[in-house]
Design a protein around this ligand. Structure first.
Ligand SMILES: [Fe+2]
Ligand SMILES: [Fe+2]
Length: 290
């Protein structure tokens, strides 16, 4: 059976972790998107991505932005939103079948081990996927989870399942969008690119809207953590600029904790709350608008 694993992708987070395996799971067993009709998780992951690649267009993304960036869906504290994630299993993730709140604490705690003094970084780990709460407000998972990619230009080669997975997407046949630069000018910068709608951009804009005091670094880690074709695949370098190279370093530093903590033991969430509630009070207190 054809192996549709991303072509020629060197995941930089592997270079950062020279071990052959992590907690007993071989390094190359993470982010395995190969096709296997007998494996229900692989089938689920593939369906989520094909739905995403078929339906995510420039127009749809603009509609989602217009809808969600009003922040009039609900009001909740960060803790309340995290608890909601207890009910969410990410259907695009081949590496974990656990509720997303477990992944939030695993990521945060590993960052805390390596960077004990950067408390903003711990909180960044805890909330990086919190934008997935959109799934509780009528958004299908393909519009919320998974890797992101740039819209309005040619599909990047390193996108999961490859450019051929966009064969039923109308933008594939739109001459305004399907060229190397599409609707952009050379080196216009990441912040001028329209990126597929997902939990990353929503959470970044949420932090801005609610005046979070998390440093810029942490906010950009959240904004681009799923943009694998850029940070792991090496695509889009004709569109990015010098500032983006700086952001890339931060995103890669974050990425290893996001990915390789998924096979770790389940943290004692109840015991950890007091510490993280202190960070929430410091950086993004009170009831927020979502
Ligand atoms: Fe994520
Ligand atoms: Fe994550």
């Amino acid at each position: 059976m054809a192996d549709l694993k991303r072509p020629a992708m060197i995941d930089p987070s592997q270079l950062l972790r020279p071990e052959e395996s992590f907690n007993g799971k071989p390094i190359d067993a993470f982010r395995d998107y190969s096709v296997d009709d007998e494996d229900p998780i692989k089938m689920r992951v593939r369906k989520t991505y094909y739905d995403m690649h078929t339906n995510m267009t420039v127009d749809l993304c603009r509609q989602k932005r217009a809808n969600w960036l009003k922040f009039n869906h609900f009001k909740a504290t960060i803790k309340e939103a995290l608890i909601k994630l207890n009910e969410l299993v990410d259907e695009s993730d081949p590496d974990t079948d656990l509720p997303n709140i477990v992944h939030a604490f695993q990521t945060a705690e590993r960052i805390r081990e390596d960077h004990p003094d950067d408390d903003w970084f711990h909180l960044t780990g805890l909330i990086h996927d919190l934008g997935k709460v959109m799934a509780f407000y009528d958004e299908p998972q393909w519009c919320v989870v998974g890797d992101t990619f740039v819209l309005g230009c040619k599909w990047a080669e390193s996108i999961v399942y490859g450019p051929e997975s966009f064969k039923d997407n109308p933008d594939t046949y739109n001459a305004k969008y399907n060229t190397k630069y599409g609707m952009y000018s050379p080196h216009c910068g990441l912040e001028n690119l329209l990126i597929s709608w997902s939990h990353d951009e929503y959470m970044y804009q949420f932090l801005q809207h609610n005046k979070a005091k998390i440093p810029e670094k942490g906010q950009y880690m959240i904004r681009y953590h799923s943009l694998y074709p850029w940070h792991a695949g090496g695509d889009y370098r004709h569109l990015t600029n010098e500032k983006d190279e700086e952001i890339l370093k931060w995103v890669l530093e974050f990425n290893k904790y996001d990915l390789y903590t998924k096979s770790e033991k389940i943290p004692d969430i109840e015991a950890l709350w007091p510490y993280y509630e202190g960070l929430i009070d410091k950086y993004i207190p009170g009831v927020c608008e979502w």
